[in-house]
Design a protein around this ligand. Structure first.
Ligand code: CTP
Length: 429
């Protein structure tokens, strides 16, 4: 029983929500469970606030009643017997009907049928994700472990529940590696053999570019993507990203440099959002010849912005690196203009790709200092000084910024002097 864990490891608000849900389930006379990743993480002592509830009975009807009781917004997906509850304080609960799924043919969407919690857990990916905790009846906090999930958590093993798991859903292979790398677990012997079989049978060919990309994004967003990519290589899976992709010393070094750059960035900007996966995708594409990159762009549905950044990383970076690394002296304003149009993801690959410290120093100065520099005088100040908005006005503001970046002006007075000089230049002409 993990009642104690629930109470001590989840935020108080969520414990109350679970208790209320349990009481409602008692009144409705349906067994209620919390399942999946959240239970796994609860037992591992890792924070996970994505609660998945499963009802042995009509999950949608239960979700609607729970939504009323908690005054939450309820979004229903009839086809899958699931609902999402959006609580007013930002928490979210997923509620589902316990179900079995049939696959008419491999990789098809499943046919769904209401069933017991035991069968519901059986259709899941790994034993460690197939644990449930009862929320009502006499056993609030009782663990339901039909498939040895707790043993595998202790032994640090990723194990599928049955031999057809990867046939039903080949993306699970990538999930296995993701969990292996996230938790420092290893694949069970049979599971590793099933993966080898899936590779031999080329099950991944049938996966759409969309599904594979979604899975890769998750994998590459983990803390240590280098290790996960190395595992993909060991298990002969890199070729499904592209047949020409393989492990090499060069990839090893680039990924190590990327991890260093990403870690540095995360320390610097704790709260800034960045698409970490995109940085590693840039790294992978870097290993491919031009024609293979074109294939990858056809296969994977990158958004326009992602595609733009990936292309920039591949073709635009060389010139920027060459200029930044050159022996010719370069002023802060020049660094600023070279880098200000680039995404943070591109800046990181630029740092990782460059040899020596010069480029890294410039990028670091740009991220930490130059990009935040603004002149003291604003457009309104310039108007107050009698300047009229227009192209010349804009040019003066730009020159003011450059002077500020290069520390040629430091005080407001110096800035005003510069503006007057620049404005006079125009009148003289
Ligand atoms: N699941 C599965 N097969 C998949 C995807 C998901 O069986 N291909 C099941 C697993 O039981 C999983 C649950 O659905 O625990 C929820 O899926 P998801 O939210 O993707 O996984 P989590 O285990 O919560 O992983 P994460 O911590 O990365 O969110």
């Amino acid at each position: 029983n993990v009642k104690g864990h629930l109470r001590s490891r989840l935020p108080h608000r969520l414990v109350t929500v679970l208790e209320e849900a349990g009481q409602l389930a008692d009144r409705c006379e349906v067994p209620l469970f919390v399942v999946g990743g959240c239970v796994r993480d609860l037992l591992l002592g890792i924070e996970n606030l994505d609660l998945d509830l499963v009802v042995e009975g009509d999950g949608i009807a239960f979700a609607q009643k729970l939504g009323e009781a908690l005054r939450a917004r309820v979004k229903v997906h009839e086809r899958f017997g699931t609902a999402i509850l959006l609580l007013r304080d930002g928490f979210r609960l997923d509620v589902a009907t316990a179900r079995t799924e049939y696959y008419e043919y491999p990789t098809a969407l499943p046919t769904v049928e209401q069933s017991s919690i035991k069968k519901d857990l059986y259709r899941r990916d790994f034993t460690i994700n197939a644990l449930a905790v009862r929320l009502n009846g006499k056993g609030f906090g009782d663990v339901f472990d039909f498939y040895g999930g707790q043993r595998d958590l202790n032994d640090k093993v990723i194990r599928v529940l049955h031999g057809l798991s990867f046939v039903e859903d080949p993306t699970r292979v990538f999930r296995a590696i993701r969990f292996e790398s996230r938790f420092g677990f290893r694949l069970g012997k049979d599971t590793a053999a099933l993966i080898a079989g899936a590779v031999k049978m080329n099950l991944f060919r049938r996966l759409s570019g969309h599904r594979l990309l979604e899975e890769l994004k998750l994998l590459l967003s983990e803390r240590k993507p280098k290790q996960a990519i190395k595992r993909l290589a060991e298990l002969n899976l890199l070729k499904f990203i592209h047949p020409k992709l393989s492990w090499s010393d060069r990839l090893d070094k680039l990924l190590a440099a990327l991890e260093e750059a990403v870690d540095w960035y995360r320390l610097l900007y704790l709260d800034r959002k960045m698409e970490v996966w995109l940085v590693y995708m840039m790294g992978l594409l870097e290993m491919l010849p031009e024609r293979a990159v074109k294939d990858a762009f056809k296969r994977f549905p990158f958004s326009e912005q992602e595609a733009g950044r990936l292309k920039m990383a591949r073709v635009g970076c060389h010139n920027v690196i060459r200029r930044l690394a050159s022996k010719r002296p370069i002023k802060p304003a020049d660094v600023y203009h070279l880098l200000s149009g680039l995404s943070d993801e591109t800046l990181l690959i630029l740092m990782a790709k460059s040899k020596g410290e010069t480029v890294k120093r410039h990028v670091s100065a740009f991220l930490t200092t130059y990009q935040h520099v603004r002149p003291i005088l604003t457009g309104s100040d310039l108007k107050a000084m009698g300047l009229k908005p227009g192209p010349q006005f804009k040019r003066i503001l730009d020159q003011l910024l450059d002077a500020r970046l290069n520390e040629e002006v430091k005080t407001e007075l110096e800035e005003m002097d510069l503006v007057k000089r620049l404005a006079a230049l125009k009148t003289d002409r």
